[in-house]
Design a protein around this ligand. Structure first.
Ligand code: FES
Length: 151
């Protein structure tokens, strides 16, 4: 099934095509890895909605990426529960071992490092999302083991 077919199938569930933008963007991002301008335009064309509506959502939510991201997107929560449990030190550690700043991708394209709002998993703070998986109760040792397992 093509991306267009998948989006059209999902969009058929919504009486207002504007409501289908988020699921359409998820489909497009899964297909392309990120959401550059031409892809946003394609999504708008398929749904028959204004491009600005698509752009607004794609640039507001951190789960969407308008720029390429690494094979593994490390999304470290920096909200209050995680911060109180040491996320600031973990961010410093990640930046040091990966030799990149927050928001950057390693030169080999393997890791992108971001901070994100609460992941809704405060009970296992500090938490980092990698792809679709959550990793909690993190410390430097666990971060190192996680990175070693991904390399
Ligand atoms: Fe980090 Fe909620 S504050 S998961």
């Amino acid at each position: 099934m093509t991306m267009r077919e998948k989006i059209e199938e999902v969009a058929a569930r919504y009486p207002d095509q504007r409501s289908a933008i988020m699921p359409a963007l998820l489909i497009a991002q899964k297909e392309h890895g990120h959401l550059p301008g031409p892809v946003l335009q394609e999504v708008a064309d398929i749904l028959g909605v204004q491009r600005i509506w698509v752009y607004e959502l794609a640039t507001f939510y951190t789960l969407f990426h308008t720029e390429p991201v690494g094979k593994f997107h490390l999304q470290l929560c920096d909200n209050i529960s995680c911060m109180l449990c040491g996320s600031e030190d973990l961010l410093k550690h990640l930046q040091a071992v990966l030799r990149i700043k927050k928001g950057d991708t390693t030169p080999d394209g393997l890791f992108t490092l971001s901070t994100v709002e609460c992941l809704g998993a405060c009970e296992m703070a500090p938490v980092m999302q990698v792809g679709d998986d959550y990793h909690g109760n993190l410390d430097v040792t666990r971060i190192n083991a996680l990175l070693d397992g991904l390399r």
